[in-house]
Design a protein around this ligand. Structure first.
Ligand code: AMP
Length: 207
């Protein structure tokens, strides 16, 4: 099963992708996570990426296409994968089409205001990467359940940057909705519900 998860930042794509990938043994490919790992390791790509990500802008298409081209060939993708955060532009979608056939593009439908509330509440463990938010609060406020580290807010989860990310989404990524609708592989999911309900709908639409 080769899936694309499409939708604004904070729609819950990452949360559902993690659950779905574990349950159905497909790879979860999050370009945001891959870039954040580069930032953490202080690589050349990471340094370049951080500057762009902190503003809520997109990295160049060519760079992202190269990253994905090599990633989808990894062994863990043999049984399928979920692309979470890619493609984000029509150019990326066209390049993807040249290398692989996608089964479904799942659109996470949710209002901007819900997204803003969700993202600005989001906190992450700087050590293990675990994410907490409205639906999953830590046992002790501000502290990771797993390793006790103090939780932090991602630079790009601050409200001003979230609004920019949403603008970028509507301008550059939302055209992909029509793109995949025309290809007849678009599945629309109401993402304002609980993760369990969303997962169930995604399964019904894709399995
Ligand atoms: P995400 O965690 O998916 O919201 O991604 C965080 C940030 O990484 C985005 O705001 C972009 O700056 C960058 N990024 C992730 N995926 C892409 C992509 N496919 N194209 C361009 N930039 C990306």
């Amino acid at each position: 099963m080769k899936l694309i998860f499409l939708g604004p930042p904070g729609a819950g794509k990452g949360t559902i992708a993690k659950k779905y990938s574990t349950k159905h043994d497909v790879a979860h490919i999050s370009t945001g996570d891959m870039l954040r790992a580069e930032v953490q390791q202080g690589t050349e790509l990471g340094l370049k990426a951080k500057e762009i990500m902190d503003k809520g802008d997109l990295l160049p298409d060519d760079l992202m296409i190269d990253i994905i081209k090599s990633r989808v060939q990894d062994e863990d993708c043999e049984n399928g994968f979920i692309l979470d955060g890619f493609p984000r532009t029509v150019a990326q979608a066209e390049a993807l089409e040249d290398i692989i056939t996608i089964d479904h593009a799942v659109l996470f439908v949710v209002d901007d205001e819900i997204v803003i509330e969700r993202i600005t509440q989001r906190r992450q463990c700087p050590d293990c990467g675990r994410i907490y938010g409205l639906n999953k609060k830590p046992e002790t406020e501000g502290v990771c359940d797993k390793d006790g580290h103090e939780l932090v807010q991602r630079e790009d989860d601050k409200e001003g940057v979230v609004r920019s990310r949403l603008e970028v989404y509507h301008e550059r990524t939302a055209p992909l909705v029509d793109y995949y609708r025309e290809k007849d592989i678009l599945e629309e999911i109401d993402a304002s519900r609980t993760p369990e309900e969303i997962l169930k709908s995604v399964e019904e639409a894709t399995l």
